[in-house]
Design a protein around this ligand. Structure first.
Ligand SMILES: C[S@@+](CC[C@H](N)C(=O)[O-])C[C@H]1O[C@@H](n2cnc3c(N)ncnc32)[C@H](O)[C@@H]1O
Length: 235
């Protein structure tokens, strides 16, 4: 019998990729609206910071991996970069809201040449990949030496008070609002999927050992989100 997300928010490892792809296909039409609603618009502020942190020269090519509906691509375009979006969900790409060119492909097997891009961004997707290692290795492979990777993700606040409030909001309110406007199972997966994120030091080590240096982590909005920046090592 095939796994059902309605019964258990987290899929077995063997079905993670297909479950995630089908889930984003389903929730794509209301994805942007719910992002704005659930983060009170903070996600756009975090995206702008992500784009600024890439520090690529004007008209540099930036691959936005797991681009979804294109918010980061559009922010990159406004900053005069040349973004390309990549995502494996056709549903998300059908709701794409930017004029950037698109690749319908897998973040773990990127169809671009070695050392061919000036920057990589990736927003809220790390915990959705069924394996983080190949994603980091592929990212290092396609970046030019010295070019930057910027990873935007959710995070667990350190402060006990913020942590308690955030946990209630993320685990109870988000699935409720998601159920009202979109798909309850998908918006229950969202808070549960944080379990797939490696611990802070482990993640930084993974990034370093995949061919990056100068890894820096920035806590955003009291630590409910994080921005990780790294530079591809020079050859
Ligand atoms: C939470 S959404 C984030 C979308 C967008 N980056 C944003 O900031 O709104 C996660 C995205 O990751 C994509 N994704 C997950 N695994 C992927 C993979 N292996 N290859 C390509 N895209 C993937 C999903 O299709 C989805 O669009």
């Amino acid at each position: 019998m095939r796994y059902s997300q309605k019964k258990d928010p987290l899929p077995p490892f063997s079905e993670k990729a297909i479950t995630v792809k089908e889930m984003f296909d389903r929730i794509a039409p209301r994805y942007d609206m719910l992002n704005r609603l659930m983060t009170f618009g903070l996600d756009m502020r975090w995206r702008k910071k992500t784009v600024r942190s890439i520090k690529t020269s004007s008209y540099g090519t930036v691959l936005d991996i797991a681009c979804g509906t294109g918010d980061l691509c559009e922010s990159l375009r406004k900053s005069k970069a040349n973004p390309i979006g990549l995502d494996f969900s056709r549903g998300m790409l059908n709701s794409f809201n930017s004029k950037a060119p698109l690749i319908n492909g897998d973040a773990l097997k990127i169809p671009l040449r070695d050392s061919s891009v000036d920057g990589v961004t990736c927003g809220f997707a790390l915990r959705n990949f069924h394996d983080i290692h190949p994603f980091l290795e592929e990212t290092a492979r396609i970046l030019k030496p010295g070019a930057r990777l910027a990873l935007l993700e959710v995070d667990e606040p350190k402060n006990a008070f913020i942590k308690a409030g955030h946990s209630f909001y993320f685990n109870k309110v988000v699935p409720f609002i998601g159920g009202l406007f979109s798909d309850k199972a998908a918006y229950s997966y969202l808070p549960h999927s944080v379990i797939y994120l490696p611990k802070e030091n482990e993640l930084i080590e993974m990034i370093q050992s995949s061919g990056f240096k100068n890894v820096k982590k920035f806590r955003l909005t009291g630590g409910i989100a994080q921005l990780l920046i790294a530079e591809k090592v020079e050859n």
